[in-house]
Design a protein around this ligand. Structure first.
Ligand SMILES: [Fe+2]
Ligand SMILES: [Fe+2]
Length: 310
């Protein structure tokens, strides 16, 4: 249309239309100029779009690479975590085993058995759980409790192995197993050994302040030591010892009840007695023999007539 109009002479157009023709031609030129501008713009946009496309393509690849890298890191991390978990478990087991053997070495002298260590440790865990301690505190107490009497390794055999009554002098030597134990376990950075030291030092302290070695009172006695004191005594009362027969559970409970607020933390005694079935269950599980549940004609040990508890 433009072509046709351009090739026609203005002279051969009717003069009435000449003005209109010239206007039309002008308009055509304007349109062509606008068209050119639009074309140029389109080219520029197209170049920019191609640029953006290339850029986003590169970005997309970069993102995909980063994502793949992250997935690999996550997988490596998970493998490392599993390896660490395995190593941690193995370390914990060897730690437990070492403690058990160390304690056996000291308890061997005292003629206590490995079963005593296992039972009193399980009782301590149970009591710590029942009073709502955190899992790490419970684990610490469970691993540290077996070391409560480790200081007995420093007590002469003739006193440790004596079956009959102890003289006052012998008893004061026995008492030093608390401070000897604390010395053996001191200056460790491991929290289990720090707890173990506290327990070894304070498991013969009494709630009323009449215990040893420091005569500490009430909540000044570390909670872990109060827990172990009760668990250890319950096990000592209900087990056979060189100087005594096992006491029935109800007699042991009576003795513990009598010491509520004297030897033992009253709140711990309440929790212990309210959950006595759990503790008897643990004893049953470890000993694989029926514990003596109720009173019978048993004989008080010579020691217990003098020192009613442990
Ligand atoms: Fe002790
Ligand atoms: Fe013990």
């Amino acid at each position: 249309m433009v072509f046709l109009m351009e090739n026609r002479s203005a002279d051969c157009i009717n003069p009435g239309y000449q003005d209109l023709y010239l206007k039309e031609q002008l308009r055509v030129k304007e349109l062509e100029a606008e068209l050119q501008v639009v074309r140029d713009q389109s080219r520029t946009y197209s170049r920019e779009l191609s640029h953006i496309y290339q850029h986003s393509k590169a970005k997309k690849k970069q993102l995909a690479d980063t994502n793949a890298q992250l997935v690999k890191y996550a997988s490596d991390l998970s493998t490392t975590f599993l390896n660490l978990k395995g190593a941690h478990k193995e370390l914990q087991e060897s730690y437990r085993d070492t403690i058990f053997r160390l304690v056996l070495a000291s308890e061997y002298k005292d003629k206590d058995t490995g079963a005593h260590i296992t039972r009193m440790s399980r009782f301590s865990i149970q009591l710590a759980t029942k009073i709502g301690l955190s899992q790490s505190e419970i684990d610490n107490i469970g691993l540290a409790a077996p070391m409560h009497d480790v200081g007995k390794i420093g007590i002469p055999d003739q006193i440790i192995l004596k079956n009959g009554m102890l003289t006052d002098n012998e008893f004061s030597v026995i008492k030093t197993h608390t401070t000897i134990g604390a010395l053996i376990l001191e200056n460790s950075r491991a929290s289990i050994l720090q707890t173990a030291r506290m327990i070894a030092l304070s498991h013969h302290e009494h709630w009323n302040g009449y215990g040893y070695p420091a005569g500490s009172k009430g909540e000044h006695i570390p909670l872990a030591a109060r827990i172990v004191a009760l668990s250890d005594t319950f096990d000592a009362l209900t087990s056979r010892r060189p100087y005594k027969s096992p006491y029935p559970v109800d007699i042991a409970c009576e003795l513990i009840k009598k010491e509520r607020g004297k030897q033992f933390d009253p709140d711990l005694v309440d929790v212990f007695l309210n959950n006595i079935d759990d503790f008897v269950g643990i004893k049953r599980e470890i000993d694989e023999i029926e514990p003596l549940i109720s009173s019978y004609d048993f004989i008080w040990s010579e020691r217990d007539t003098m020192f009613p508890i442990h």
